[in-house]
Design a protein around this ligand. Structure first.
Ligand code: ATP
Ligand code: MG
Length: 80
């Protein structure tokens, strides 16, 4: 219990120390994406991070998955 909460708080602690953070949510549950207030990113259309990582022809599209957040950037794994 608490893995996702720890990941979010670790990211927050790094931000508090002045680091730029890219939070990569690889869990199909998408709890971290949702808990960071980005539910619409979780629900958005493919390609998902899995699609892009598993298809070399799509790999240069990875930047499309990054969402800006008021504290950090987030790459989410969508539900599809
Ligand atoms: N330190 C804590 N104190 C109280 N509640 C907590 C704490 N850490 C997590 N929780 C709560 O426990 C629940 C599960 O936490 P979290 O989602 O971080 O667990 P998880 O290990 O990622 O779970 P899963 O295996 O389902 O991904 C959430 O409702 C969260 O708010
Ligand atoms: Mg979790």
């Amino acid at each position: 219990m608490g893995k996702t909460a720890i990941a979010i708080n670790a990211a927050g602690a790094l931000i508090a120390r002045g680091r730029d953070v890219l939070f990569v949510d690889l869990d199909p549950q998408g709890n971290a994406t949702e808990n960071l207030g980005l539910r619409e990113a979780y629900d958005s259309e493919p390609p998902s991070l899995f699609d892009i990582l598993s298809d070399s022809e799509q790999r240069d599209r990875i930047g499309e998955l990054v969402r800006e957040h008021e504290e950090m950037s987030v790459t989410r794994r969508s539900s599809t």
